[in-house]
Design a protein around this ligand. Sequence first.
Ligand code: PMP
Ligand code: GLU
Length: 395
Amino acid sequence: MALSRIAREVHTSATLAITAKAKQLVAKGIDVTNFGAGEPDFDTPENVKNAAIKAIKDGYTKYTPTAGAPALKEAICEKLLKDNRLKYNPSQVIVSAGAKQSILNIVLVVCDTGDEAIIPSPYWVSYPEMVTMAGATPVFLKTTDKEHFKITRESLAKVITPKSKLLFMNSPSNPTGMVYTEKEFREIVGFAVEKGLYVISDEIYEKILYDGALHVSPATFSDECYKRVVTINGFSKVYSMTGWRLGYAAGPEEVIKAAINIQDHTTSGANSITQMAGLEALRGNQDSVDTMVREFDKRRKYIVSRLNSIPGVSCLLPQGAFYVFPKVSELYHKKIGGQFVTNSFDLVNVLLEKAHVAFVPGAPFGLDDYIRISYATSMECIEKGIDRFEKFLKS
Ligand code: PMP
Ligand code: GLU
């Protein structure tokens, strides 16, 4: 018997698949340098771990309200006001098992069958799949390194139709690390809202910024933006809490209320212990964030200069997040490591199998001419991995 439309149309996550494949090789005793997952190599801060242990010991181990523990929601509202100049009430916030779940909730709330959701490309792999789950159609707005992977009001105007319902924005971006300036952001989001679209502003990398780049939250731009923008954030990246599964959405009350109804019938509230750890992450000492960002900054400069010295590879210097997205299409239509390489999947596969370096192909991010490299891994790994990549191409 045929499976459902969702089963047929939704694909595996390339980021998670490559990470799993690399881990399988490691389990066989192979030394793989892994640039796959967007996951900081730093440990979760000690104060955060201790808060979770305390929550267990105090018996904070029961269901929380679906939308999140009241204390955590209060702390999220304080954070949004302090860091983002956004005034939200706790009733405008939903806490989920990761930002991923918060985003899916919002997509399901906003998009109906037949609606169009505009996704600037390259994009984080899960956005189009979520739109597909909702029965809506992803509309890709392609950019390349020539435009620094940024859309403009003009390029957006060309893809808006009467069916457009939602625009995804993600600054700093996964996979490119690009950061929109306030002016660019205002023009784009202001226009989308003027056209009646909702906007998901995925700000999960907001604190991972370099060279004095600033993050601005588009919900602050105007009253109209405040009514249409849903702000997404989470704990995975900034507090090295990928496995804890904690994220949130803040936005118009009717949108959040509907998201809570969906979550009521899917996972209920996020893990109670994790929520207490998240509360400590927000309220406790923030030094670990600066330490991590300083280290990422060194790796960023190193990896970009190394990549640009490899013939056939060219890479922009990102201003945020912990990814680089080099163009590698000059390496295509050639034999590499004895195999004919025609696209980003071929290149990544031959590199993983023969050179034991794990990158993610660009195709699932929307641009096959590129690959994604996460530098959220130690400097030693970066040196070793890029040496292997360079040597392999030379051979
Ligand atoms: N948005 C972006 C852009 C991401 O890169 C990620 C993932 N790692 C997420 C959302 C989801 O993060 P999480 O579910 O771990 O909070
Ligand atoms: N978002 C991270 C990445 O892009 C983690 C994996 C995932 O959830 O897709 O690598």
